[in-house]
Design a protein. Sequence first.
Lengths: 302, 302
Amino acid sequence: MTRNEALLLKEYLAERKALIDEALAGFVPGEGIGPPDLFRAARYSLLAGGKRLRPILCLAAAEAVGGEAQSVLPVACALEFIHTYSLIHDDLPAMDNDDYRRGRLTSHKVFGENMAILSGDALLTEAFHLIARRELSPAIAPERLLAVAAEVAAAAGWFGMVGGQVLDVQAEGRTLDREALERLQRLKTGAMILVSLRAGAILAGASELQLSALSDYGKRIGLAFQIADDILNVEGDPALMGKGTGSDAARGKVTFPSLLGVEASRAEAGALIGGAVAALGAFDERADPLRRIARYILERDS
Amino acid sequence: MTRNEALLLKEYLAERKALIDEALAGFVPGEGIGPPDLFRAARYSLLAGGKRLRPILCLAAAEAVGGEAQSVLPVACALEFIHTYSLIHDDLPAMDNDDYRRGRLTSHKVFGENMAILSGDALLTEAFHLIARRELSPAIAPERLLAVAAEVAAAAGWFGMVGGQVLDVQAEGRTLDREALERLQRLKTGAMILVSLRAGAILAGASELQLSALSDYGKRIGLAFQIADDILNVEGDPALMGKGTGSDAARGKVTFPSLLGVEASRAEAGALIGGAVAALGAFDERADPLRRIARYILERDS
C-alpha cells in the first residue's frame, strides 16, 4: 500500500467512523419509558470507540454496487449493535471473564452481570428493530429488508456467530487442527463480516454476480482479519490494543500463529488479501475503499 | 365458564399445544455444522412443556380474522423461541438464580452458565430468522412479515420485555406503587402477549379495526394473566406449578395481591377479562377460542 493510499484510507475510515458513531448514538434512547440504567449500559458499550469495521463494510459494499451509504446506515448500525452485544456477552464471567475491553472496564464490571446480560439482549433485539422498521429505510423495498433480516439472523445465530462462540468455549484447553480452527473462525467472526458486505449489497440492489464477488471478498478478508488479529495478539503493542497481548497463548488457545507460526500466518493472510482484491476485479473505482481495507488488514497495529 | 366450554377449551389447547410442540421440535436442528451441545441446550429449554400461550394466541388471532393457523406457525414458534430465551436468561445466577423451572433443573444447572447464556442468545436470534425467512411463510406478503419482525423486536426490546426485566431487577427489595407495578408488567410480560395477538392478526390481513380490538383484548388479558399468576404464587399447589409457591413473598417482591389483597386482585382480573371478551364483540364464532382463553385465566390451577 502506497503512502498516498494509506492516507486516503485513513481519512476514509475516520469519516466513516464519525458518520456511524453519530448514527449509533441517535439509535440509543436517552430517555423514554424504559429504564435509564439499561440505556446507560448500552451506550457505554456501543459508544466505546470500536473500529466500526462491520458497518463500514456494509456502507462500502452498498457504494461499490452504486448505492448510497446514507440509505443503508440503519442496517449498518444494526450490525454494530450485534457486534457490541456479542462482545458484552463474551466478556461475562461465565464466558471469557475479561475485565477490560478497548482499554475500558467491561460492561459487567461497571454495571453488574445482570445489566450486562440484559443490555446485550437488548442490543441484539434492537438490531432487528433497526433492520425491520420501514420508516428508517424508506428508499428500500421491504423484500430486501426482509432478506437482510434473514441473512443477518442466520449469520448471528446457531449456524453462525453463536455457534462459533460455543465452539470457542469448547475449544479452550483442547487442540484444534487447522480445519477446525478455520471452521470456528468462519462461524464466530467470519459469518458477520460476510453478511455485513452482503447486507449492504442486497440493500443497494446488487446483481447476483456482484453479490457473489462481494461474498468471495468477504470470506477471504474475514479469515485474513482473524489471522491478523491472532498475529497482533502475539506481537502487538498492548497500549494500542487496549488489552493485554499474549493473552491467547496464556490461555492455551489454538490460533493461526500457534498452528502455522507467525511468518506462515502472515503469508497466508497476504494470499487471502490478494484473492479478496482479485475478487473485486469487475468493480470500478467505487470499490476502491474495499480494496484499500483489504490491503490494510496486515498493516494495522491495533 | 360452563363445563362444556371448559371441555372444548381443554381439547383446543391440547390440540394446539401438540401442533406447536411438533413445529418447535422441527425448528431446532438435530445435527448440522453448529455444535450439538448448543442444540441440546436449546431443545432442553424449548421442549420443556410450557403452556405455549403466546403461539396459541398468535394462531387464534389469525383465525379470528379469517386466516389459517398453519400459515402463521413459523412466527408463532418465533414467539415461543423468544419466551424461552427470556426464561433461560431470567433464571441465571446473576438474575433470579433459579434452580428449577417447570419442575426441571434450569438450563444453567444442566449445561453450565456459558451454554445457558449462549442458548438464550441463539433462540432470540433464531426467532428473527423464523420470522424473516420467506420460504417458511410463502403465503404471506413480505411487507407483513417485516412489520411483524419490527413489532416483535419492539415488544422484546428495551421498551418492551428487556426493559421490563431491568425494572424487575431494580424493583427487588423496593416498594412499588400500583402504577409502577402495572408498567413493569406491561413491559415485562404484557408487550409479548400483545404482540403475539397482533402478529397473528397482521399476518392474516386484519383490518385496522380488528387489529385495534385484538390489541385491546391483548392488553387486558396480559394484565389479567399477570394478576392470576401472582395469585397462583400465593395460593397455588407447588406440585402443579412446578416451582415453589410463596416465592414472591419470600423475595419481598411487590405483586398485585401484596398491593391489593387476593380478593381485590381476583376482582380486578375478573373485570379485565370481562373487558377483554367485550372487546371481541364484533368478531364471529371464530374468536370463540380467544373468548374461552380469557375466561379460563382465573380458573387455571397452574
